[in-house]
Ligand binder design. Structure first.
Ligand code: IPT
Length: 990
């Protein structure tokens, strides 16, 4: 074997890393420039066909989707963002929901839980680039796909060049762009590097309507000062809205093509055609001059009411279906296909609190994502961290061409062979689609010619339904890898030594061959490894079977600076936290559940992070360090043979969290609206005769009854009608539309007539059906006769449809659509939610009497309500409220994530709106499910103080309505966390 030294570049540690500087470093550099008064280098975001170019340097984006509006506690945004950065993501992608920020035309709210700018600032502080996706249309399983309720009543087709719609869209864009523009990497002080114009806009691709709309959005966003590259998210790789497809004012070079992918997890990962396979477009990507850009790729999937999507297993089922091996197999296939901007939808799904959820989903939007709804890092995080660190620390992956096809010795293994044209490195992505492990050998290209690996004999294994990356000609800084069968994860170099980390499945036999023209000293300081020096070839071969952590120290030889090789199996890698500190030095920390931040100050490493149990702490650094501080406290350490500092004793885990039982319940029945004597004179009269709804006014109906047309956009609506002569009255017929699981209840002179409910969706129906129904009730014989008589109707309207087809589906009516007594229409008054809560926003409450009167709020005087114990058995048709206060005293150093859990006999037909301190945190539907636990976000939940819980229970009167005794449940606990500020929760005022 003969080694050509010139076949690949061996860069020094510092130079090799500059191309992939994390955003914090970039920000720090700018701050210095400003402070020093010197001319700052121009800040640019561009791209070529390989990758994004930030300030001229290649940056592949490894991004995760998070929706600030699905976590109504700004302090916790920081928690999630820091967890992402620590877990290898370098970007976060965010939808902004127009509806969430706009209670009415012309009104835009970016305060409190709606402070999008604060979220973007936190992302920058955490060192994450931002992909901004503010709509106007987002979809995202949100009510009306993110369109505000008030837009349902406007003229003109949405998502087209209709001038009325575009004027409203402009209004939103003006408001949201004022938040985003100052936070761009280019012209602002933040890290926004990309901006999405529209989402899966597939309906008007070939018409002027669509082209004009897209051109309008492009011009509008530019006029608002958005200067970073713009893109559209194509629903699958259709080649829609590629550069040149619409007028970008001659700026094709500042517009990118992007697409999304949600392939079945049980099939094989698809190729996207970038490297000439799998595409219908003649062997190239749909947009050959722009980098492969996956604006969304499935990081899980959503579940529907009734849980049909995961056979009742809920989001645990989603997480099992798209697990860690799925992530490796599908995401590495994406990278092998040349994707360089990769966004995983969702990475933290959060909660569709209030009335945010679209008809297709229930309250939890956990999504089976890598970070769960309770903010825990799941088993899906380690692969993300492994790949994220690989992309960030090995510039080889930022620029890849397809290389000569090659095959492994086993036909079970599919090989993608790529090469970096500038660095001479080769990457082999090996995938096994079979259900059994596949041992094989592979002939790889190295600077010393072809080598069949493992060179030391035996075979390498690609696990069943899994994928891994092999590499050759890879610089570690001062030394170089000729080939490795262990997946490289991270490297860093500095004065005290170079560090390199490799990973794989537990039990994997791996081989790493280093170039070393002179014989080095090799010591295995942790675990077991075998090393063989070949003086003729000038190589050092290291073989090991992955089992926890193996540490091999290579000293002397070609350089005096030691090289530490760390070989970690996945289990061990989960507790390894590589960090490039703001000073440019790098540390690798082993042991804790999370390392949020690392700072090197002289000989001291300052670390912040979390432990979820007593944990080891061991620190490697590329510079000379002597002391370690953890969350502000000095940790006694000793130097190890592995070149690290290790804590002399374990870090403490979290304090015990004890949660009180919920007692002291107070009870009040509601719905005075059903009683004949109720005064509805202040309600709106249903007197409109025209509507912009896509639902036609039913034949024979003199007036529009749709709730939206009277300004009631979310939650429950009441209707009342007075009937005079009903001597012969027989049948009351009530037609309504309400979204999945909608409910209608009716009363005649205060007496319950019954309940009608829309069915639980099947898997197929969950995303398609409109959900309307007609209830017919017999007029009670003893309540006929001379009037007046009163009909009262409550409609639980669940959500507006989304508008994925750009066909105004979100304008489909909600509430009553038609109402007749023996064929004769009635006249109605209607009432929904009163003025929007200025703090909690328009989606927090509907039109229940208790909601209109403040029964959900802390401080409401419930002293005269009846004291009850739960479970309380109430069989009324209608609404009842239960309130209690509870006190928590979680240790201040503990981040406890707490939920509220309901368990009951599923035969009981009732549902519960859960109000914590006045915030509507979701809807429990006892006889449908599948959600039983509701996450109570800290900040709204006071973990060291008093909280008010109010439950609004809606029952159909056919059986015991509960509710059961709910329990506070601990969903996660860590010592550490972020400081949590209280979310404003205004109390009741008479
Ligand atoms: C894609 C949407 O862009 C996104 O908003 C969300 O709805 C996601 O799906 C599903 O969670 S649409 C894709 C499934 C074709």
């Amino acid at each position: 074997m003969k080694l050509s030294r010139r076949a690949f570049t061996t860069l020094t540690g510092a130079a090799a890393l500059t191309a992939a500087l994390p955003a914090t470093t970039a920000r720090a550099a700018v701050a210095d420039d400003d402070g020093g008064g010197g001319a700052a280098a121009p800040r640019t975001v561009g791209f070529d066909r390989y990758s994004l170019l930030v300030d001229g340097g290649r940056v592949p984006l490894w991004s995760g989707e998070v929706h600030p509006f699905r976590l109504p506690s700004p302090s916790l945004w920081r928690d999630v963002l820091e967890k992402m950065r620590a877990s290898g993501y370098n970007s976060v992608s965010v939808y902004a929901s127009w509806a969430y920020h706009s209670p009415a035309p012309g009104q835009y709210d970016f305060k409190g839980v709606r402070d999008l700018g604060r979220f973007l600032d936190m992302a920058a502080d955490a060192g994450l680039y931002v992909i901004a996706r503010p709509g106007p249309y987002i979809n995202g399983e949100t009510d009306a796909g993110g369109f505000p309720g008030w837009l349902t009543t406007t003229a003109g087709r949405a998502r087209t060049s209709d001038p009325t719609y575009m004027a409203y869209a402009d209004e939103w864009l003006t408001a949201v762009d004022a938040v985003i523009a100052p936070r761009q990497h280019t012209t602002g002080g933040g890290t926004v590097v990309l901006y999405q114009l529209e989402n899966e806009y597939a309906s008007y691709v070939t018409s002027a309507t669509g082209r004009d709309y897209m051109a309008h959005l492009y011009a509008k966003v530019r006029a608002d000062g958005i200067d970073v590259p713009l893109f559209h998210n194509d629903k699958g790789r259709n080649g829609y809205w590629t550069p040149g497809a619409f007028d970008t004012g001659g700026e094709e070079g500042r517009y990118l093509y992007a697409f999304d992918g949600y392939p079945s997890a049980s099939g094989n990962p698809p190729d996207w055609g970038y490297f000439g396979t799998g595409g219908a477009t003649g062997g190239s990507t749909a947009s050959p001059e722009t980098p492969g850009f996956m604006a969304e790729f499935a990081g899980g999937w959503f579940d529907c009411w009734g849980g049909a999507e995961f056979a009742g297993a809920g989001y645990a089922g989603s997480r099992a279906e798209r697990n860690a091996a799925y992530e490796r197999r599908f995401y590495l296939t994406n990278l092998a296909n040349g994707i360089k901007i990769h966004n995983v939808y969702m990475t933290f799904g959060g909660t569709s609190w209030g009335w945010l959820a679209a008809p297709v989903v229930y309250t939890s939007y956990d999504y089976g994502a890598a970070i769960d709804e309770a903010r825990n890092l799941t088993a899906k995080i380690p692969p993300m961290k492994q790949v994220g660190a690989l992309l960030e620390s090995f510039p080889d992956l930022a620029q890849l061409d397809r290389a000569t096809d090659t095959a492994a010795s086993s036909t079970d293994v599919r090989v993608y062979h790529l090469t970096n044209p500038e660095r001479g490195s080769h990457l082999y992505f090996l995938r096994n689609d079979t259900a059994h492990d596949a041992p094989c050998t592979l002939t790889v290209e190295t600077a010393a010619g072809p080598v069949t690996v493992p060179a030391g004999g035996g075979r390498l294994t690609v696990a069943a339904k899994d994928m891994k990356v092999l590499a050759t000609n890879l610089s570690l800084g001062r030394r170089a890898v000729l080939h490795t069968t262990a997946q490289p994860m991270w490297r860093a170099g500095g004065a005290s030594g170079d560090l390199a980390l490799f990973t794989g499945r537990p039990g994997d036999a791996v081989e790493i061959v280093l170039v070393s023209h002179r014989r080095p000293v090799v010591r295995t300081t942790a675990g077991t490894a075998e090393s063989v020096y070949d003086a003729d070839a000038g190589t050092l071969r290291v073989n090991a079977v992955l089992d926890g952590l193996t540490c091999v120290r290579v000293e002397g030889g070609d350089t005096a600076v030691p090289q530490t090789l760390l070989l970690a199996d996945d289990t061990e890698a989960a507790a390894l936290w590589p960090r490039t500190t703001t000073e440019g030095a790098a540390v690798l920390v082993r042991g804790p559940a999370l390392v949020r931040d690392a700072r090197v100050d002289g000989p001291t490493v300052h670390l912040t992070g979390d432990t979820d149990a007593p944990a080891d702490l061991e620190v490697w650094a590329t510079g000379p360090i002597r002391a370690v501080r953890w969350n502000g406290r000095a940790v006694p350490v000793k130097a190890t043979a592995s070149g690290s500092l290790a804590a002399r004793s374990q870090l403490a885990g979290p304090a015990d969290v004890s949660l009180p039982e919920l007692t002291g319940w107070r009870y009040a029945p509601e719905n005075p609206e059903s009683a004949p004597e109720f005064d509805d004179s202040a309600w709106s009269t249903c007197d409109l005769t025209t509507t912009h709804s896509t639902t036609k006014l039913p034949a024979g109906q003199p007036a529009v009854l749709f709730a939206d047309d009277y300004g009631f956009h979310y939650g429950d609506v009441w209707y009342r009608s007075t009937v005079t002569d009903t001597t012969d009255a027989q049948t009351l017929s009530l037609s309504y539309q309400a979204g999945t699981l909608g409910v209608l209840m009716a009363w005649w002179d205060g007496r319950p007539l019954g309940t009608h409910r829309l069915p639980v969706p099947t898997k197929a129906q969950a995303t398609t059906a409109t959900w309307s129904g007609t209830a017919t009730f017999a007029v009670p014989a003893d309540l006929r006769g001379d009037g007046p008589h009163t009909v009262a109707v409550l409609v639980r309207r669940m959500a507006h449809e989304e508008d994925g087809g750009a066909n105004d589906a979100f304008k489909s009516a909600r509430g009553l659509t038609a109402a007749t007594l023996d064929g004769t229409p009635l006249t109605w008054r209607v009432q929904g939610a009163t003025a929007a809560d200025p703090v909690r926003g328009p989606l927090n409450t509907g039109g229940l009497y208790g909601e209109r009167t403040g029964w959900h709020l802390p401080g409401f005087p419930d002293g005269k309500w009846a004291a009850v114990e739960l479970p309380y058995t109430d069989t009324r048709q209608g609404v009842s409220w239960y309130r209690t206060d509870f006190h928590l005293s979680v240790h201040p150093g503990t981040d406890a994530s707490i939920g509220l859990t309901f368990e009951d006999d599923p035969a009981r037909p009732y549902r519960v709106l859960v109000y914590l301190n006045g915030w509507n945190l979701g809807q429990y539907v006892n006889d449908v499910g599948p959600q039983h636990t509701f996450v109570l976000p800290n900040g709204i939940l006071d973990t060291r103080g008093r909280n008010t819980l109010a439950l609004a229970v809606l029952s159909d009167g056919t059986g015991p309505a509960g509710p059961p005794q709910p329990a506070l449940t601990l969903l996660g606990a860590a010592a550490g966390g972020v400081p949590v500020e209280k979310v404003g929760s205004p109390a009741y005022r008479p």
